[in-house]
Write a protein of this length. Structure first.
Length: 360
């Protein structure tokens, strides 16, 4: 069986070129006589892999010198605790709740201090991004937290919140490297890589240096202290070596493609194909406010549960995998990350058209 079009929200599709290259290097990485999976994380070969990966990421995102790049483990979810532990000097933080991942981060942070939900879109099943131009930011907030792209609901901030001078912390798991960002607007940008960058097991955190110190909450585990990881260039203990290696390949793939400006154009083109279809379809409907639509995750419904199920089953049969919506939302969701080729989206839309005609 050949490869399918994989619309999974994560772990998700990776560039075929990257997978092929990794396959070629599987048994003998560049004359070392071993796989990257088998080599010491202190070896010369791995040192080159992690340093190149960091440099390529710095080039792609234009990361300033005063930001550290950390390759961590524990998933994005581990950061829900690490962030308050490292940043809560006043034990106060403001959270904007735009979906389940933001809510989970908010709930976790409550273990460590006073956490305020300063805005939320829960009232309309997270189908929009609240107006964040003039929020009641707490005077003594250590940071303001957002989930920039909401993987489950399919919304994305088109403008960052006005934090009134407070440090912005953003979970970018599902929009990492999908378009250019101005790193200087954030204190921390972090994400699990299994959505848009690499295999599960790696979390990348880009942290402004002044936020990295020994002044962390009492009881913070050594491993969760950013300073430990920063002082040791992400090699305090064994890092997720193979995952970092694949991320490095994806960074090179992005650079060869022309970088994040080009990636953004491609992502806009792809998303437009699907959204344009949804906007004129009599059967399929997008579920979120148009201005807040994500370029990466596109949820849609027919309005009829049985028809949704029929669509997902027939799509799978036709080689379109993982189109079922999140278990808490229902309907469908097409995740169209960087590595999803345009023809995958075109073919999906052609299939949807046909399905609509047959089932009208
Ligand atoms: C998937 C996801 C998470 C959770 O990631 P884990 O690595 O499984 O902990 C958190 N935030 C966002 C935005 C996600 O898409």
């Amino acid at each position: 069986m050949g490869r399918v079009y994989n619309f999974s929200a994560g772990p998700a599709v990776l560039p075929e070129e990257v997978l092929k290259e990794a396959a070629e290097e599987m048994l003998d990485y560049k004359g070392t006589g071993m796989s990257v999976m088998e080599m010491s994380h202190r070896s010369k070969a791995f040192d080159t892999i992690i340093k190149e990966a960091e440099q390529d990421l710095r080039d792609l995102m234009n990361i300033p010198e005063n930001y550290k790049v950390l390759f961590l483990q524990g998933g994005a979810s581990q950061q829900f605790a690490a962030i308050p532990m490292n940043l809560m000097k006043n034990k106060v933080a403001d959270y904007i709740i735009t979906g389940q991942w933001a809510k989970k981060a908010y709930q976790e942070a409550q273990k460590y201090g006073k956490v305020n939900a300063i805005a939320s879109s829960e009232d309309e099943t997270y189908s929009y991004i609240p107006d964040c131009s003039d929020l009641p930011i707490s005077e003594d907030a250590d940071y303001v937290y957002i989930c920039e792209n909401n993987t489950i609901y399919g919304t994305k901030y088109k403008t960052l919140p006005n934090t009134k001078g407070k440090t912005l912390v953003a979970d970018v798991s599902s929009c990492f490297l999908s378009e250019p960002v101005d790193v200087t607007k954030y204190g921390i940008i972090y994400g699990g890589v299994q959505k848009n960058v690499g295999p599960a097991g790696v979390v990348i955190a880009i942290i402004r240096e002044d936020l990295i110190s020994d002044d962390v909450l009492e009881g913070t585990p050594t491993m969760l202290k950013y300073k430990t990881q920063a002082d040791n260039d992400s090699l305090y203990n064994t890092p997720p070596c193979y995952g970092i290696y694949i991320c490095g390949k994806v960074f090179k793939w992005l650079k060869n493609m022309g970088g994040l400006e080009v990636m953004k154009q491609k992502n806009e083109e792809k998303a437009k194909i699907l959204y344009d279809f949804l906007d004129q379809s009599k059967m399929f409907k997008g579920t979120v406010r148009k201005e807040d639509r994500s370029l990466m995750n596109v949820p849609f419904v027919t309005g009829d549960k049985d028809l949704d199920a029929k669509f997902v089953a027939e799509a799978k049969e036709a080689g379109f995998e993982n189109l079922k919506g999140h278990r808490t939302v229902g309907g469908m969701r097409a995740s169209i990350y960087n590595a999803m080729p345009k023809e995958g989206v075109e073919k999906l839309v052609a299939f949807m058209k046909e399905f609509e005609e047959k089932n009208a």
